[in-house]
Design a protein around this ligand. Sequence first.
Ligand code: SF4
Ligand code: SF4
Length: 98
Amino acid sequence: MAKAEHELTWKDIEIGAVVTEPGNAAIYKTGDWRSQKPDYDFKRCIKCGVCYIFCPEACIHQNKAGFFEADFYYCKGCGICAYECPTRVITMREETEK
Ligand code: SF4
Ligand code: SF4
């Protein structure tokens, strides 16, 4: 079983960063890399799902109201969702201290 991210040392990293176990990326908190985060104005959202399709981290989910929003545990703040959104719902804002 893969170690938790905080238990990893450089000795645990495979040469070439090869993925050795399927699904092991789920344990990595990629949201830690973020310097910006998406901010939503859902009044303009047409629920088209384009942001969901384009997110390279596959971290966008539909909430109970049907709006698409990021899981900030994984969102790395790349801004692709904001770029692709046809109605400009998403604005990238500077990340604040966690
Ligand atoms: S900023 Fe990037 S990683 Fe975060 S939800 Fe948008 S597309 Fe996904
Ligand atoms: S791409 Fe924009 S309009 Fe479409 S679901 Fe995402 S936030 Fe809403």
